[in-house]
Design a protein. Structure first.
Length: 293
């Protein structure tokens, strides 16, 4: 059983950096965007963020294939909005882990309000130490957009692999380097995006490097879908909208909004230049033996 208490991160840790980034305004803005933090999956002329955020979680579940018998570990779960959605969609039992204490507290309130505290649980923790959970206790693991922050992503993958049952599935919504940044502007945009989004150097991987990382851990049946066209334009448009800009200024402050605007700009430009790509990654933990049921 994972701890229900707050953990305190070293000041120079990636967990502390992520917590500082995401905790701004939480409480005041708990209902803004339904509590979601993901980039959204934008189709057609949709301008509704909640619809897009649900759609991205739906795309992740398309690869997870959760059911009422599944047990999911959701790492970097934010304020649990996606876990409530997934439970209602599939009936799966879910444990969520997030490094930001303010998000964990708000998420627990949402879960209680939804009346599903026996099915969805939230824990304050780190992706790189999941030892509070028993080995091989989950049928599925997911991480939506948290992977780039972890120090390192591969250490998280090792932890996830250990917590998955034989034959278990992991699905990531993540970013990779699509092609080397050759021009000065490309290198500048990529480096600024990396720094402003708190991404360690070890996590800046191309497709082959990402696949190799999964394979070193032991995962097989690896697939990667390049889906940035469904993500990045809509996300950037929403972040630049007058409604979102005004809300972020009110809830998080002008300096946070300004920094976030630059972070979004360099991320979007890196994608637009063809340097990075948003991917949905699926992999499987091999069965222990060919005869295992």
């Amino acid at each position: 059983m994972a701890s229900e208490e707050r953990r305190h991160w070293a000041a120079n840790s990636f967990e502390a950096a992520v917590e500082r980034f995401y905790e701004a305004g939480i409480g005041a803005d708990e209902d803004w965007h339904g509590g979601y933090r993901n980039f959204g999956w934008w189709e057609g002329d949709n301008r509704d963020y909640l619809r897009a955020a649900d759609a991205l979680v739906g795309q992740v579940n398309r690869l997870l294939c959760l059911s009422s018998t599944s047990r999911l570990l959701d790492v970097a779960c934010g304020g649990a909005t996606q876990d409530i959605y997934l439970h209602r969609l599939t009936g799966a039992e879910i444990d969520g882990v997030d490094a930001t204490w303010a998000q964990v507290k708000e998420g627990r309130k949402r879960i209680a309000a939804a009346g599903i505290v026996d099915k969805v649980r939230l824990h304050h923790g780190t992706a790189t130490d999941l030892s509070a959970f028993a080995p091989e206790s989950f049928s599925h693991v997911t991480c939506i957009e948290g992977g780039p922050h972890f120090d390192t992503r591969e250490l998280f993958l090792q932890q996830a692999f250990s917590r998955l049952r034989s034959g278990g599935i992991i699905v990531l919504a993540d970013l990779l380097v699509l092609s080397p940044a050759r021009l000065p502007w490309e290198r500048f945009a990529l480096k600024r995006a990396q720094r402003m989004w708190n991404v360690p150097d070890a996590n800046v991987l191309d497709r082959d490097g990402f696949r190799a990382s999964l394979e070193r851990v032991g995962f097989t049946q690896i697939t990667m879908e390049e889906v940035g066209r469904h993500i990045m334009p809509g996300y950037y448009r929403d972040q630049c909208s007058a409604e979102t800009v005004d809300a972020q200024r009110r809830f998080k402050g002008r300096m946070w909004r300004l920094r976030h605007a630059f972070a979004n700009f360099f991320l979007f430009k890196s994608w637009q230049l063809g340097v990075i790509e948003y991917v949905l990654v699926r992999a499987v933990k091999p069965r222990a033996s060919a005869t295992e049921p």
